[in-house]
Design a protein. Structure first.
Length: 78
C-alpha cells in the first residue's frame, strides 16, 4: 500500500489510527487506509502536496541511512 503524507486540518488534533497519540501538525507518512480516507472526507485531515510527501520520504531515507555514532562499532574477536 502506498504511503501518503497526511496532516491534520488547520486547528484540529487528529488521533492516529492505532490510538497511540495524535497526528503531528507537520504530518506523517501513513498508508492511506479507510480510516484516513474517512478523516480526509470529513475534513479532519488532508493530504500533503506531492512535494511535501517526497521531502518526507527523502528525510525518512536520510534518517535510516545515517552513520552509527563514533565508538558504536564492535571490535572483531581475536
Amino acid at each position: 500500500m502506498n504511503e501518503e503524507l497526511i496532516k491534520p486540518a488547520p486547528g484540529l488534533s487528529v488521533r492516529l489510527e492505532d490510538g497511540s497519540g495524535f497526528l503531528p501538525a507537520a504530518g506523517k507518512l501513513l498508508p492511506l487506509t479507510s480510516y484516513w480516507r474517512r478523516r480526509i472526507g470529513d475534513g479532519d485531515a488532508e493530504l500533503g502536496t506531492d512535494q511535501e510527501r517526497d521531502a518526507a520520504i527523502a528525510q525518512r531515507l536520510a534518517d535510516t541511512e545515517a552513520p552509527a555514532p563514533a565508538g558504536a562499532t564492535k571490535k572483531a574477536k581475536e
